[in-house]
Ligand binder design. Structure first.
Ligand SMILES: [Zn+2]
Ligand SMILES: [Zn+2]
Length: 332
């Protein structure tokens, strides 16, 4: 196939991707604007940590976290409207309606399912069945260490689940729907088949005991990093941020129309997990989606894993493994 060679990667002319931080455009404009888009992410990040670390118990409640989460979403939505990263990703009423439908689904259906049949419940049942205590030694650790561990344990599990989804057809089916999105916006993290949203929420976190405050801190840190995974805003993220955390840039590559690029950047919060396992690619993409950016209706998003799975089953021949688990970088 014809394409241009960028560094070690072949970049198809049909689905261009940009590889390497030095090739990614910076925020342009006056000094205030550049300062704002350089320091916004770290300021929110450290502000959130300080708030949840020092807030008195009367304020440090789940309801406060939900309120902050909604306010933050609205603020980011305003940034997207005033400073879109790509005009082609600009939100439309149709996109917004779909997104909000899924935000509603993830807050209700998926949460319900997690509560009744999720891994924490299964672990709980197993532990009481075997008369085991939870691993309680973590509650003695410093709060911030606990918060980091909560996030890391969850992210580590979700890294392998996500990577598995890209390498095993039965898991790819529910995940594929999320890869049909054609633009990134603040709500797009919720868009996908509910079966996938449930699978990605599984984890071994239920094995461990942490202080309630540590969960609130972890939630706040997770939010102030994860919010940028799907967002149509350009930031001049500091170098340490891009090294440690997943960014829009990383995740846009993961959603690109370039097949090899989608096989990278699986972690949710900590991109350094991808660096540990050699699946991180620093770069970005604007053209997103599957089948050349074909948009799915909500109805198709709901049914696709089942109709496709049924088709594959009917064909009766084992397909070639949909994806083979070679490294994200093609062999030289
Ligand atoms: Zn994926
Ligand atoms: Zn995504």
């Amino acid at each position: 196939m014809d394409g241009i060679r960028v560094g070690k990667r072949i970049v198809g002319t049909q689905s261009p991707v940009t590889i390497g931080w030095e090739n990614i455009p910076k925020v342009e404009g006056g000094p205030f604007k550049r300062l704002f888009f350089t320091w916004f992410q770290p300021a929110v990040f450290f502000g959130m940590i300080a708030f949840w670390y020092y807030a008195p118990n009367s304020i440090a409640k789940a309801s406060t976290a939900i309120g902050i989460g909604i306010g933050f979403r609205v603020l980011l939505q305003i940034l997207e409207l005033t400073n879109p990263r790509h005009e082609s990703w600009r939100i439309t009423w149709k996109e917004l309606a779909t997104d909000l439908f899924y935000v509603g689904v993830s807050y209700t259906m998926v949460n319900l399912a997690e509560n009744y049949i999720g891994s924490d419940v299964a672990i709980e049942a197993l532990q009481s069945g075997l008369h085991l205590e939870k691993f309680a030694w973590f509650t003695g650790l410093p709060l911030l260490v606990q918060a980091f561990l909560i996030l890391f344990i969850f992210d580590f599990g979700q890294y392998w689940m996500h990577r598995g989804m890209h390498n095993w057809y039965p898991l790819w089916l529910p995940h594929s729907v999320h890869h049909y999105i054609t633009q990134l916006n603040v709500h797009k993290g919720a868009v996908g088949n509910p079966v996938e949203l449930f699978l990605i929420g599984l984890g071994i976190g239920g094995l461990f005991d942490f202080l309630p405050r540590a969960f609130l801190l972890a939630g706040a840190i997770g939010m102030s990093v994860g919010a940028y995974q799907h967002i149509n805003v350009r930031f001049n993220s500091p170098r340490w941020w891009r090294w440690a955390f997943n960014t829009t840039e990383h995740h846009s590559l993961h959603h690109s129309q370039d097949f090899e690029s989608t096989r990278s950047n699986y972690a949710n919060t900590f991109i350094f997990i991808d660096r540990m396992f050699g699946t991180c690619i620093d770069g970005e993409a604007e053209l997103l989606g599957m089948e050349g950016g074909r948009r799915m209706s909500i109805r198709e998003q709901m049914l696709y894993p089942f109709t496709e799975g049924w088709k594959a089953y009917k064909e009766r021949k084992t397909r070639e493994p949909f994806f083979d688990d070679h490294s994200a970088v093609p062999a030289e």
